[in-house]
Design a protein around this ligand. Structure first.
Ligand code: F6P
Length: 321
């Protein structure tokens, strides 16, 4: 049976480019003669039947905006089978034939369960600043986040340089070091601590000494590092080497702001591809992009398979530190 109504929603941590994605989905639906619905508030909105029509007007002038016009949530109710059953019922009642779920691994766990248990066709699109999903080279929001973080750290570098201080700066990336590694290289950091490599405080101290205890030193820490966050590492460095360092946690500033060109183009391309994938009968897959080609990865693989940090990036970070 041909699909007549497709819904899109955003879920988990918001990511710059989600609006460009929603816009692309709505406009592709229009071009293909399919109705487009927006589910407001992620899985919670699905359970509570918060559906809106997504036409050309509603999606005008949003391509440059950060956040998500459809809002987002991390729904506790949807984790339970009863919550998913309620969501499935409200989807069927509203005549939605297929769904596009834009988010990260938590979102995809939910989407996979909805397909397994209720056979509602659903595809995922990678929307997270963490870039930690297997099956796509980049996720929507990653490029903006690393550019935002780089800009902020360039400012810190100025003051660090003026005072001759050591700064330990924490960036996001729950379990993965993609943000930290890319930002660290782009800022010329002296040391980059990520969960994928063993953080060695002696090496870190050595690099600081190489600069001079009272010289500007930038250390980037991915929040998921096995030693801890920036505050933990600063505390340990103080206890072990009597080193006073300033700590900055960039936090949610990395999630906001107008998306970069790369994120807008990626989000738009994946939006078109997601609608077409549903119309072609795909389900339970993530629509990703590798080397300019659209590819489909079973949702389960996107979180079960590791997306490693590129080894050449790790080499670069050591060589250029
Ligand atoms: O998954 C994206 C992300 O921004 C992670 O980098 C971070 O650990 C997490 O979300 C923070 O989530 P919340 O905004 O719910 O605190």
């Amino acid at each position: 049976m041909a699909m007549k109504k497709i819904a899109v929603f955003t879920s988990g941590g918001d990511a710059p480019g989600m609006n460009a994605h929603i816009r692309a989905v709505a406009r592709t639906c229009r071009a293909r003669g399919v109705k487009c619905i927006g589910i407001v508030g992620g899985y919670s909105g699905m359970i509570n039947g918060k559906f809106i029509k997504l036409g050309k007007k509603k999606t005008a002038n949003i391509i440059s905006r950060g956040g998500t016009i459809l809002k987002t949530s991390r729904s506790k109710e949807f984790i339970k089978p009863g919550g998913r059953a309620a969501a499935a019922e409200s989807i069927r009642e509203s005549g939605i034939d297929g769904i596009i779920a834009c988010g990260g691994d938590g979102t995809f766990h939910g989407a996979h369960a909805l397909w397994q248990e209720h056979k509602i066709p659903i595809v995922g699109t990678p929307g997270t600043i963490d870039n930690d999903l297997f099956g796509t080279e980049y996720t929507i929001g990653f490029d903006t986040a690393i550019n935002t973080a780089t800009e902020a750290i360039d400012r810190i570098r100025d003051t660090a340089d003026s005072h001759g201080r050591v700064f330990i700066i924490e960036v996001m990336g729950r379990h993965a070091g993609h943000i930290a590694m890319n930002v660290g290289i782009s800022c010329g950091a002296e040391y980059i601590a990520v969960p994928e490599t063993v953080t060695n405080l002696d090496t870190l101290f050595h690099r600081i000494l190489k600069q001079g205890r009272k010289s500007r030193t930038i250390v980037i820490v991915g929040e998921g590092d096995e030693v801890g966050g920036a505050a933990d590492i600063a505390k340990l460095m103080n206890e072990k080497f009597d080193l006073a360092a300033k700590v900055t946690i960039l936090g949610h500033v990395q999630r906001g702001g107008s998306p970069t060109v790369r994120d807008r183009v990626l989000a738009s391309h994946l939006g078109v591809a997601a609608v077409d994938a549903l119309l072609q009968g795909q389900t339970d897959v993530m629509i990703g992009k590798t080397y300019n080609d659209i590819c489909y990865t079973p949702l389960e693989e996107t979180w079960a398979k590791q997306k490693p940090l590129r080894p050449f990036l790790i080499e670069l970070s050591d060589l250029l530190a």
